[in-house]
Design a protein around this ligand. Structure first.
Ligand code: AMP
Length: 195
């Protein structure tokens, strides 16, 4: 099962939606089940539509208040309605082997940074792949490097994520991701010795 984090925006350049649709297709073709935030619009909607168009399985997890806004995709394989955003994030990662992040805003960053933090602490150990459509994540990647250069994070933490330009490169990135395990807790904190 692959968890996908992605923008809810319906006002992006066409190329972002096109890449998100391709990601959905790539994952469906590979037989991967997708879990995501259940949105029917934005890059979320495109990923789901792409996967569903090839009969892929797509599970959505949505908090009650968002479902009431009728922003939810209506054609999903399964929709789980939960109490709040925290439960949703937890459920989206439960049984998930990997995370793929498309471009997004605060919601996507929050999800990405939560899973990065869990991975840093050895609590969730799957691959995390950023799809850098149109170089969207370049400045974030620079900032992460800056955090390492300034020793807020360690060099080893660079291996927590990988970056691809195109959705078609995601499967290889998942397969070749640096192995990670609970030992990560030993170097979660940066010290003068491991910086
Ligand atoms: P953002 O990148 O700020 O658009 O937020 C998108 C991410 O936050 C998705 O991965 C969702 O899990 C969650 N999210 C935010 N807004 C919505 C919405 N309207 N419908 C469904 N999920 C949303």
């Amino acid at each position: 099962m692959v968890t996908v984090y992605a923008s809810s925006s319906a006002a992006l350049q066409h190329s972002y939606y096109e890449a998100a649709t391709r990601l959905g297709r790539v994952l469906a073709k590979a037989g991967k089940t997708i879990t995501y935030g259940a949105g029917g619009k934005g890059l979320m909607g495109s990923v789901a539509d792409g996967a569903l168009s090839l009969n892929g399985k797509v599970y959505g997890v949505v908090p009650n208040f968002l479902q009431e806004l009728e922003l939810t995709h209506r054609g999903l394989t399964e929709l789980r309605v939960v109490e709040d955003m925290h439960t949703r994030k937890q459920l989206m990662l439960e049984n998930s082997d990997a995370v793929v992040t498309l471009p997004g805003g605060s919601g996507t960053y929050e999800e990405l940074f939560e899973v990065l933090t869990l991975k840093r602490l050895g609590q969730w150990v799957g691959p995390i792949v950023l799809v850098n459509t149109n170089g969207f994540y370049n400045s974030l990647l620079e900032f992460l490097q800056h955090s390492i250069d300034e020793h807020f994070m360690g060099n080893k933490h660079l291996k927590m994520w990988s970056v691809v330009d195109e959705p078609e490169q995601v499967l290889e990135a998942l397969e070749t991701a640096h192995a990670w395990d609970g030992e990560a807790l030993q170097f979660a904190n940066v010290t003068p010795a491991n910086a």
